[in-house]
Ligand binder design. Sequence first.
Ligand SMILES: [Zn+2]
Length: 114
Amino acid sequence: MTATLHGTAAAGSASSLRLLRDILEEQFAVQTNRLTELVLCGELPRLGGYDPRTLAALTRETRIGVAAAADALRRMSQNTYGTCERCRQAIPLGRLHAYPEARYCTPCHQVSPS
Ligand SMILES: [Zn+2]
């Protein structure tokens, strides 16, 4: 892994990137397990106690979470993580810590949320 974070202190970049990767890998694992549970509930009599609309909404949200974590990990492997996909400027580290899967900086997210 040679990905770097733009616009951050060099000394903190590598450890910040490692931390963010750990968070994303954990998010991917947790969301994948959750998705498996929800799919299994969908196959149970009476949907494992879930309201059908609630189960559908949770499944949809969890799929989005799995995809977002996987996409962020892919961007890390391609050394594009931390760069806004709209303006190509560095996404501030504080935003990445708050939203590790962020694809846009805050101003661009407000224009074209994902
Ligand atoms: Zn931007």
